[in-house]
Write a new protein. Structure first.
Length: 335
């Protein structure tokens, strides 16, 4: 078993999932503004340090995706953030893309940038303690999108990124996100997500990426947020499993879903049903940002010095998702 495969399995084994705490300064500022907390480097660090030192880190969180600012910060106890995460029994990771920009040739779509100088940045992050990385490609669904150009360009970038990451002895998280914005049906989401994932693996194989040493971070198969034809949670689970079974090569050790705008409870319930029906060999877990942090953020904003209370809220959410990753969650546990 390769070292990369070991890291991937360690992150996702036993119902553990990934805390996506890789919000850019701009995104984190929006989150803090929404709860009326000033977005200073100190406040951003304080909230993250509270989460990273919570007891559920060792029980539920196998990996934490950091942002460039955070991986270089020191905690209140003068240890660096990757040290704190490792001490809690989790694995530090880092987001390495530089964001989605308009795609030349199809300006209504996005291409993720950040390949220039990536090899050097990866070496620096590895030295800082990162063991895995993340890169997100985004695709929107409408009558004409995603275009072949967008599907191909983002798959190519994800593959080049993954090859460079493995060269630097880290595990790449491959995140092709088909956005839930729009009026599309579940069938549209299923077809487009299948196309996007298959193209990603075509490119990963072409770039000689070791599929046993990656984690796939896909969206679930859900209807667009403006669609009138909603489907049940059971159908979401069934379609998501069917899509991944047909599109993902068997060597991939694990799949960590993104929450993609679902509420905390929806993201947990859907993950639970996916695991209840999971008839594949893939580990099916979570890599959630808002769906792990939102309640904790709201609670913390009332008194940013209330560490214990904030951790209690975060611990509950983390435990619910870890139960869901084992197919053992139920609504009664939320009370």
């Amino acid at each position: 078993m390769s070292e990369l495969n070991n890291i991937a399995l360690k992150i996702l084994n036993n119902g553990k999932g990934i805390l996506a705490a890789d919000e850019s300064t701009g995104t984190m500022t929006k989150r803090l503004d929404s709860v009326k907390v000033p977005s200073t480097p100190q406040n951003r660090l304080l909230f993250r340090e509270i989460l990273f030192s919570a007891s559920s880190m060792s029980e539920c969180i196998g990996g934490v995706i950091l942002y460039d600012e955070t991986i270089k910060q020191e905690t209140s106890k003068k240890e660096n953030i990757p040290e704190l995460i490792s001490k809690m029994g989790s694995i530090p990771g880092i987001k390495v893309d530089t964001g989605a920009k308009n795609l030349a040739g199809s300006p209504n779509e996005k291409i993720t940038e950040g390949l220039d100088g990536l090899r050097e940045r990866l070496k620096e992050y590895h030295k800082l303690g990162a063991k895995f990385t993340k890169w997100r490609g985004v695709y929107s669904i409408s009558k004409n999108y995603p275009s072949k150009l967008c599907v191909h360009s983002n798959a190519h970038a994800l593959a080049r990124y993954s090859a460079l990451v493995q060269e630097c002895e880290m595990v790449p998280i491959v995140e092709p996100e088909v956005l839930m914005d729009g009026e599309h049906s579940a069938k549209d989401c299923y077809e487009k997500t299948s196309e996007v994932i298959k193209k990603c693996f075509e490119e990963l194989i072409l770039h000689k990426v070791d599929l046993k040493g990656i984690i796939l971070k896909p969206n679930m198969i859900i209807t667009g947020n403006k669609s009138k034809d909603k489907i049940s949670n059971e159908e979401i689970a069934k379609l998501t499993l069917q899509c991944l079974k047909n599109a993902v090569p068997s060597e991939v050790p694990g799949i960590a879903f993104l929450s993609g705008g679902q509420s905390e409870i929806e993201a947990t319930e859907n993950l639970n049903l996916i695991n209840k029906h999971n008839n594949t060999n893939f580990i099916m877990s979570y890599s959630y940002g808002r769906a792990l942090q939102q309640s904790a953020l709201k609670y913390w904003s009332k008194n940013i010095q209330n560490i214990e209370g904030t951790q209690k809220v975060f611990n509950h959410r983390a435990k619910m998702n870890t139960l869901a990753a084992k197919g053992k969650w139920s609504k009664e546990l939320e009370i």
